[in-house]
Design a protein around this ligand. Sequence first.
Ligand code: UT7
Length: 334
Amino acid sequence: MYAKISGLGAALPSNKILNEDISSMLETSDHWISTRTGIKSRYFSKEGESTGDLAYFAAKEALSDNDLDNIDLLVLATSTPDRLCPATAPKVAARLNLNHIAAFDINAACSGFIYALQMAKMGIESGTYRSALVIGADTYSTITNPNDRTTYPLFGDGAGAILLNASEHENDLIDITLGSDGEFEDLITIENGGSESKLKGIKNILPNYFSMSGKEVFLKAIDKMKVSVESILSKNNILKDEVDFLIPHQANMRIINTLKDTIGFKNVVTSISLDEYGNTSAASIPLAMTKSLLNNEIDENTLGVMTAFGGGITWGSALVRSPSIGIKVGIKYL
Ligand code: UT7
């Protein structure tokens, strides 16, 4: 069996925040944010628009009426779950009337969607599952410090979902490679609040915000994604000129451009959504792909690469074939 892409969906919360809105509350400017990152706006959640809510609406956009009958796996990539315990995936599944299926969260931060895709691909190719929903959803506005200009302007909330079906002939997830290096856990972190800080006797440290060593992450992101993309191409005997489209993690336009230059991708169609959505962490790749398909930027049945880097540190790439025109694709703005 192979995994075939049968639907794509995305969801954005209702509160659109422009760079000008951020610069009215923080010592920053539209000029700094847009020239250093490429971000012009992002969406922030309000009550009733949690990670689980966004995941649900993204999944609904990816599904047609009769898809639910076969779905037997839901994997949700997130590092901002609705609750620390339990996982958010079962709640999303139940809301979709899939109260009986296997459903779990994966936390590989911004690389989470590629990790989740690999779990679903293996489940389908082994014959264990017939159909899987893979969702990336995050609400970083709930963990970034509104007074921290090094993180708050960069992230946005959102969700993206892909429906995979088992197919005997159509192979849309050709190969996936994943990696991690926990030596660098401090580069992207919420340091307190987990078991480690409790065992150290640190109690009730609130507020407990997300932090990132931007410059170091910038360099590592380029390096790890480059090696990961090159290794998946060479493993599958694919030349860089044979790649039609690239769906990179949407953190910074300068990272994306440097990555393309260092790999030597000259004419690849590149999915970009960070200008409107900011860095949506695990949601960034399915959101970017959904937007590109809706804008007809990616032709059907062409060869592409997804690549991501995130906290952990983690990284991963997927060699994919674009789905046929006519599958369900939609974005919901709440
Ligand atoms: O999604 C997970 C992976 N995350 C990423 O891939 C993000 C990777 N990192 C980046 O995208 C970039 O490093 C940032 C956008 C975070 C920062 O851009 P940079 O060009 O690396 O800036 P920098 O950190 O070197 O800071 C340059 C200057 C500093 O001031 P001084 O020390 O030169 O006076 C910062 O304090 O820019 C200052 N700065 C800002 N100024 C205005 C930092 N943030 C801001 C801001 N507005 N928002």
